[in-house]
Structures are given as structure tokens and as C-alpha cells.
Write a protein that binds this ligand. Structure first.
Ligand code: GLC
Length: 635
């Protein structure tokens, strides 16, 4: 047992690493950079402590650390002056991403614009919409035709041929930056594709590369793991493992061509850190940390959200602080809300998707009862200071009902039955449903099922029902005002519908999420300025919300605070600002609704509704709200 404290050990390790660095010319020049050395001093202990905990038992632990720090130094030296300038700027404005000016958009490069060059041509439109954040879905080299929408990466340093080149990506990042738009890319680091160089070598039996994945000679260990793991893509394969042609078994949580990396091997951490820093230097401002929940495996657990995952994320984050200081992380953890919040931390992921709010917005639209959504805002909005939610209405993925059964039970709802109802409602198997969704990964064994569909189709535009446009705008009004960065799935702002053409493509027909990943809707965009057209009405409503948000400081970062309206169909939450406060009220009912004046006791008698621009007297008769109306009342 080592009798030195972790600080003493870190000091000794740092001295050793500096001594090793001084032996090479590169190392000497790295150490001359005062800024780099200062950031190394501040962050080294984090990385060291995590390495010691996760890998301290291995003989190569210190050597891996030397290589890691050397790589960091080289990466910093390669960072362009332009990006180093951004680093400096953001050091002076460290909470830039909490601003109410922030607005996100997400799209597939090929589907939305054909190629990276096509995306560049759309920058004027992104500015028209007001985007400050653009998430381009995975655009790296990937197996063809099956690649899970790009989430099976074969090389983190090559763009998928046809979309462009890494130089074009660098150029696009620069152009976006000039337009005030941050580039967001996925770091798909839980797994690689089976065509990645590391995977190919592993498949050939190379021991060093086999050790980068979870590969076992027979079914004994895999079966033992599978006793406690969950099936994620049961339509593709049962359990968590697939068999290789040579008879061995490899862990693949998602599709059989996505092999989970083995982070209990420090060489994997180091290799992936290298890919991350490379992309940071291409110009990525923010990484979407894909599938974080699954990154560590431990026998007799479900192998999700284990404490080691947080350590890995902290170590990756500390590396960025040293070598690409302005880069931020957004966690993609679509899991139980108790676990989602654990990833949100200044030293881990500064941003996180808000899957609970997204799912419960749909839940409330279906039930016309806001109790679950209201409870989530009240209880689950409280995240660490300096961090923010990314609030969205739908993504490229399915909608999973990730609410807590205990929370539901408090409201008299049985989680299992309620999910069953929601699944039936959103695939139009419930009387009176307005939604046109499609089931995803319907698992008869467990009764689990999720929902695919675009915002417009789920909200009733496809079934041509009344209130569809109002529902779309209501859902987005919540994403725009609850605190954090609102994220628009591009195409939603013109009411894009489901695309069923995936059913004719053998590479896509078994994955219903393609129904909500349509191609660029040329005609709808062409009609966006026509106030009489459906796309025009939605676009005008969205633009109004966006411009109000950008002019309403109370809506910046932070979090929403619950407000009980006393009406089960009306959601309320408050956004306190420095000088004034905004109270948001949303009527989820298809009927007009009313909030009694007693709810406003102790509040000023009058407030301005920012949405319509009128003063409202709260004392006279309470508030009457039209079906699906929302109000942003400033006091
Ligand atoms: C994330 C992506 C999803 C993908 C999965 C595996 O959840 O959003 O599209 O299938 O990771 O990479």
C-alpha cells in the first residue's frame, strides 16, 4: 500500500513526467509554453488521481500518463491561433453558453444539405433563424450501408466520402465561428464500428487491439454479464454480445457492428483522448458525449451509469481544460432522471439533454394533464451552477418514457401502465389520438417500447387535426423558456412531417427512427414567409418565440422554478431575473381554461404578456386561456 497522499503521489508523478518530457525536443518546447504549463499544473492532479484509481494496479499506468500529457502538449501546440483566441475569449466570459442569445439547431449533413459544402451554403439561413449552436450529426467515415445513422465510426479523422473532407470540416467550423455559431459534433466514444482500424486488427486476433474491446473466447463471461444487463437494441440481437467469425464474443450494446471499447484498459482512454483533441483542433466547440451511460462494465451490475463513467468524463474534461480550454461537453444520457443529473457538473458535462422534460411535454399533450411535467420542473430542474440543460422537443432518436416510476406513483399513476398508454397513444392505437408515431424497439419480452416520429406528425399535423400547430408551438415555447439552450431539430420550424420512405430501404427499414430523419423539405422552406401557409404559420410562431427569448434576459441559463396554477391542464413555471421575473403559463387542454385570481395573491396586480404584448390584470378575474395558449408574463 502506498503511504503517500494522493497530492504527494501526483507531485512525484508530475516530476517524473516533466523529467521525461525534458528528454525530447518536443517535450522541451511544450514546457516552454507558460500558459500550457499553468493549465497542466491546475488540472494534473485530477487526471492523476483518476488514473491512479482506475489503472493504478497496472504496470504501464505511469507510462500511459507520460504519453497522455505529451500528446496534450503537442495538441496544444497544434491548436490554431484562431482557436487559441477563442480559448482566451471564453476564459473572460466563461458562462457564455448560459446566455439567452443561445439557440441550437441539429441536422444530418447529407439529409439537410447534401454535404459539408451544402451546410456552408445554409449559413445565411442559420443566421436568419438565429442559431448560435449547430449540431451536425455524425459525419465520419462509417460502414456502408449499415452504420446506425453514422454512430458507428470507422475513423474519427476522416469525413465520410461524399460529405466532404476533414479540411472542409475545418473550413466550415471557421465559417460558422465567423457567423457566431458554435460547432457541435458527437464524440462517439463508447464504441467504434467493426470497420475501425482497431476493430479490424482485433478481429484478426491481434492481442493489443483485442484488448481495446470486450472480447471473450467463449460464452461463459458474456452470459454472466448478460444476467444483469439490459437489451438495448433487441431487434438487432438479444443480449449485449455478438459472436465473431472466429468464435469469440464481443460486447456490442447497440448494433452488432458497434463494438464497445474497453475503458478498463488505459490505452483505450489514451487513444480516444487523442481523437477528441484532434477534433477539438479541427474546430469543435462542444462535444455531444454519446451514450455515456454505457462506458464502464462491472459484473453483477446493469453496466449503466457506473461511478467509473464519471471519472472517465472528468478525466476527458480535464484534458480539454489543458489542451483545448474552451471546449465543452454535453452528455447524452437518456436514462432514469436520477442518473441524468449525475453527469451535469462543471468538471464533467457542463450541458445535458433534458430527456425527461422532452418526454413529459409529450405526455402532457396526450393526457392534457400537466401534473407529471410540473412535478419534473419542480423537482428535477435543479442542476449544478454554471451548467445548463439542452431543452428539445424531439431528436433524431426515439422518445423513451424515462420518467421515474416513484414520481409517477406519487401522482397516482402506475409507471408500466402509463407507458403502455403513451405508446398506444403515440402510435395512434388509442381512441382520439392525434399522433402519428411509429413504435421503436418494441420488446414483447419486457413490454418496453419507444416512439419515433417528427414533432409535426406527433402533434397532429399529419392527421390534419385541429390544434396541431398550436401544440408544436406550445412544446417549443417550453424548450425556449425553461432555462438552458433550446435545440430545434431543423425542419421542425416549418412543420416537417414523417418520412416513410425508409421502409423501402433494406438498410433502414428495421429502424423506425428513420421516419423522423427526413430529407430537407425544400417546398416547406420555400413557403416559410407565406403567412397563410402551414409552414409559414409555424415558422412565424417559432421566429416570434426566438426573438422574444433573445430579448428576455430572465430566460437565460439557470433553471425554471415551479408555479402551481391550481388547474390540472395549465402548466406554470417562473424565471426570476435580476430586476424582474417572468411567469410562464401553458394551457395543454383542447378547451379554454381558467386560473383563479387567488393563485396570484401577493403578486403585482398587472403583468405584461410578452407573447402578445398586452397588459393583463390578474386581480380582476384570474386568467382565461385559449386552447394551447401560452403566456409569458413579466412582473
Ligand atoms: C446515441 C445516439 C443513437 C445511437 C446510439 C448508439 O444514443 O443518439 O442514435 O443509436 O447512441 O451510438
Amino acid at each position: 500500500m502506498n503511504s503517500l497522499s494522493i497530492e504527494q503521489q501526483a507531485r512525484a508523478a508530475r516530476a517524473y513526467i516533466l523529467q521525461e518530457l525534458r528528454k525530447t525536443e518536443d517535450g522541451v518546447s511544450i514546457l516552454k509554453d507558460k500558459d500550457f504549463s499553468a493549465r497542466l499544473d491546475t488540472n494534473f492532479i485530477t487526471i492523476f488521481a483518476i488514473f491512479a484509481e482506475l489503472y493504478g494496479y497496472r504496470h504501464d499506468c505511469l507510462d500511459q500518463l507520460v504519453d497522455l500529457i505529451t500528446m496534450c502538449g503537442k495538441s496544444w501546440q497544434d491548436r490554431s491561433p484562431d482557436l487559441q483566441r477563442v480559448d482566451k475569449q471564453r476564459e473572460l466570459d466563461p458562462e457564455w453558453y448560459l446566455s439567452n442569445q443561445m439557440l441550437g439547431g441539429v441536422c444530418y449533413v447529407d439529409r439537410y444539405a447534401g454535404s459539408l459544402a451544402g451546410i456552408k451554403k445554409r449559413i445565411p439561413y442559420f443566421k436568419e433563424l438565429g442559431l448560435t449552436y449547430l449540431h451536425l450529426m455524425p459525419l465520419f467515415a462509417a460502414p456502408q450501408p449499415l452504420n446506425d445513422g453514422g454512430y458507428a465510426v470507422s475513423s474519427y479523422r476522416d469525413v465520410q466520402p461524399g460529405l466532404g473532407t476533414i479540411e472542409e470540416l475545418r473550413d466550415l467550423a471557421t465559417e460558422l465561428r465567423k457567423a457566431g455559431i458554435s460547432l457541435v459534433l458527437d464524440l462517439v466514444f463508447n464504441h467504434t464500428s467493426n470497420e475501425h482500424r482497431w476493430a479490424k486488427k482485433a478481429a484478426e486476433g491481434d492481442p493489443e487491439h483485442s484488448a481495446m474491446y470486450w472480447i471473450f473466447p467463449d460464452r461463459n463471461v458474456p452470459s454472466a454479464f448478460e444476467r444483469s444487463t439490459r437489451e438495448i437494441f433487441p431487434d438487432d440481437h438479444p443480449g449485449s454480445f455478438i459472436q465473431l467469425p472466429d468464435g469469440r464474443f464481443v460486447w456490442s450494446t447497440f448494433y452488432h457492428f458497434q463494438w464497445d471499447l474497453n475503458y478498463s484498459n488505459p490505452a483505450v482512454f489514451r487513444a480516444m483522448a487523442g481523437e477528441m483533441l484532434y477534433l477539438a483542433n479541427v474546430g469543435v466547440d462542444l462535444f455531444r458525449m454519446d451514450a455515456v451511460a454505457f462506458m464502464w462494465k462491472q459484473m453483477n451490475t446493469d453496466c449503466e451509469n457506473l461511478p467509473e463513467v464519471h471519472k472517465l468524463l472528468r478525466a476527458f474534461n480535464a484534458l480539454c481544460r489543458i489542451a483545448a480550454p474552451s471546449v465543452l461537453f454535453k452528455s447524452e444520457a437518456i436514462v432514469h432522471p436520477d442518473f441524468v443529473v449525475q453527469y451535469i457538473d462543471r468538471y464533467e458535462c457542463q450541458l445535458s439533454y433534458n430527456p425527461l422534460q422532452m418526454a413529459l411535454t409529450w405526455e402532457a399533450l396526450a393526457t392534457r394533464d400537466v401534473s407529471m411535467l410540473s412535478q419534473a420542473i419542480e423537482r428535477r430542474h435543479n442542476i449544478a451552477r454554471g451548467c445548463a440543460w439542452v431543452n428539445y422537443v424531439r431528436s433524431h432518436d426515439d422518445i423513451g418514457w424515462t420518467f421515474s416510476d416513484e414520481d409517477a406513483e406519487e401522482l397516482g399513476k402506475d409507471g408500466r401502465n402509463h407507458r403502455k398508454f403513451l405508446n398506444a397513444f403515440f402510435v395512434n392505437r388509442h381512441p382520439g389520438s392525434f399522433a402519428r408515431g411509429v413504435p421503436f424497439q418494441d420488446n414483447p419480452k419486457t413490454g418496453d417500447c419507444r416512439i419515433s416520429g417528427t414533432t409535426a406528425s406527433l402533434a397532429g399535423l399529419e392527421s390534419m387535426q385541429d390544434h396541431a400547430i398550436e401544440r408544436i408551438l406550445l412544446a417549443y415555447s417550453i424548450a425556449m423558456s425553461t432555462g438552458g439552450i433550446p435545440l430545434i431539430y431543423l425542419g421542425d420550424e416549418v412543420g416537417q412531417l414523417n418520412d416513410y420512405s425508409y421502409l423501402n430501404d433494406p438498410a433502414k427499414m428495421d429502424d423506425s427512427r428513420w421516419v423522423n430523419r427526413p430529407w430537407y423539405p425544400e417546398q416547406r422552406y420555400a413557403e416559410r414567409h407565406d403567412a397563410n401557409s402551414i409552414p409559414g404559420k409555424i415558422y412565424a410562431g417559432m421566429k416570434h418565440l426566438i426573438s422574444l427569448r433573445k430579448n428576455t434576459e430572465e430566460l437565460a441559463g439557470g433553471r425554471a422554478i415551479g408555479f402551481y396554477t391550481g388547474n390540472p391542464a395549465i402548466l406554470g413555471y417562473q424565471r426570476p431575473g435580476a430586476k424582474s421575473s417572468v411567469l410562464c403559463l401553458c394551457n395543454f387542454s383542447d378547451e379554454a381554461q381558467w386560473i383563479g385570481r387567488d393563485r396570484f395573491m401577493g403578486m403585482p396586480a398587472e403583468a405584461k404578456d410578452l407573447i402578445d404584448g398586452y397588459m393583463i390584470n390578474l386581480r380582476n378575474a384570474g386568467i382565461h386561456m385559449k386552447p394551447h395558449q401560452f403566456l409569458w408574463l413579466r412582473f
